[in-house]
Design a protein around this ligand. Structure first.
Ligand SMILES: Cc1cc2nc3c(=O)[nH]c(=O)nc-3n(C[C@H](O)[C@H](O)[C@H](O)COP(=O)(O)OP(=O)(O)OC[C@H]3O[C@@H](n4cnc5c(N)ncnc54)[C@H](O)[C@@H]3O)c2cc1C
Length: 299
């Protein structure tokens, strides 16, 4: 039996109009199961995704889609935030709807979107459903507390692939970094690639966190297509594809290595399109660069 709760759209912010939206869904504190009033607990781990039921503009029906949460349950329990982009793929369905005026109408009318929950009969409570309960190479669920703190994480995000890392950063900044700023040795570098400045997500918040916790967090935004005159961070693609005279392609990681020279000593985490992740991993393999660990997620 699958259980869902209606979540209210509490925030709908155009990051890049028609392309990327920031969405916040507010969960009810209780739900009714088998005639019982059951509390809904938010224990989602950073890096995991929730399942919601948005509308499909192409298929004209309710669909089931996963969205990686970008905030953290320790900081904002009961509020599921994510960033959703228009994929522009031929089969695009719900991603069109999320950018449409219809969602603004749902927001105005406080119309709910169903979110999947799991029922724990023994504990008599429900929890937000998470796409994964175990850390694997193919997902970005954050390692258990006590295991991530000593790592040197290098997180590379392409577009909305930033979502799991936003959740990491907010979880860490609100918890460990705040309470044990100088004793903890963990460090995270986040490199985010976006086409233009308007597509950077939570840019100011990330700059602020980097200012506040310089011993723990480095933020490297990269603009790949256009940038303002006063842009001081990186420009252009960090992974370049060079066509060889043989007709083959060579993956050039030198811009990435110049900015992050110690990739081989890091725990590498990657999130973004299948193609971007593939090119990066191929480039590392060709250069014999073997990070301490590699985990990636694409959608
Ligand atoms: C773990 C995970 C996390 C994700 N996190 C994010 C995120 O943070 N932000 C974001 O923008 N996107 C995220 N996505 C992708 C998101 O779930 C959607 O796939 C994306 O928004 C595109 O949706 P779409 O409906 O336009 O197209 P698609 O999901 O590509 O669907 C296109 C067509 O494919 C078929 N199809 C796809 N899925 C199913 C299915 N489950 N059952 C049956 N048919 C199907 C249908 O014919 C559908 O019309 C995530 C996906 C996963 C798996």
């Amino acid at each position: 039996m699958e259980y869902v709760v209606p979540a209210r759209i509490a925030k709908l912010q155009a990051i890049d109009p028609g392309e990327i939206r920031r969405v916040q869904l507010v969960l009810p504190p209780y739900l009714e199961i088998k005639g019982r009033r059951v509390p809904l607990l938010d224990t989602m781990r950073p890096g995991t995704a929730f399942l919601a039921k948005p509308w499909g503009s192409r298929t004209d029906k309710v669909r089931r889609r996963m969205y990686t949460r970008s905030n953290s349950s320790n900081q904002e329990p009961g509020i599921l935030e994510t960033f959703i982009n228009h994929t522009h793929r031929q089969q695009a369905d719900t991603s069109i709807w999320w950018q449409s005026q219809i969602v603004d109408d749902w927001y105005e009318k406080e119309q709910g979107i169903d979110v999947r929950v799991t029922f724990d009969e023994d504990q008599n409570c429900a929890r937000v459903y998470e796409n994964t309960a175990v850390c694997k190479e193919s997902n970005l669920r954050l390692e258990p507390d006590g295991e991530w703190e000593g790592r040197r994480l290098v997180c590379l995000a392409f577009g909305t692939g930033i979502t799991p890392f936003l959740s990491y950063i907010r979880y860490m900044a609100h918890g460990d970094w705040l309470s044990s700023a100088r004793e903890s040795h963990g460090h995270m570098t986040l490199m985010v690639s976006a086409r233009h400045e308007g597509q950077l997500m939570l840019h100011q918040e990330l700059l602020e966190i980097a200012r506040k916790f310089p011993e723990h967090f480095q933020y490297i935004p990269v603009l790949t297509r256009s940038w303002p005159n006063d842009w001081t961070s990186l420009k252009g693609r960090m992974i370049r594809i060079n066509a060889l005279s043989s007709g083959e392609q060579e993956i050039d990681l030198s811009p990435l290595q110049t900015s992050i020279p110690n990739i081989a000593q890091s725990d590498l985490r990657i999130c973004g399109s299948i193609e971007a992740c593939r090119q990066l991993l191929q480039g590392l393999q060709e250069k014999d660069i073997c990070p301490v660990s590699v985990r990636k997620e694409s959608w």
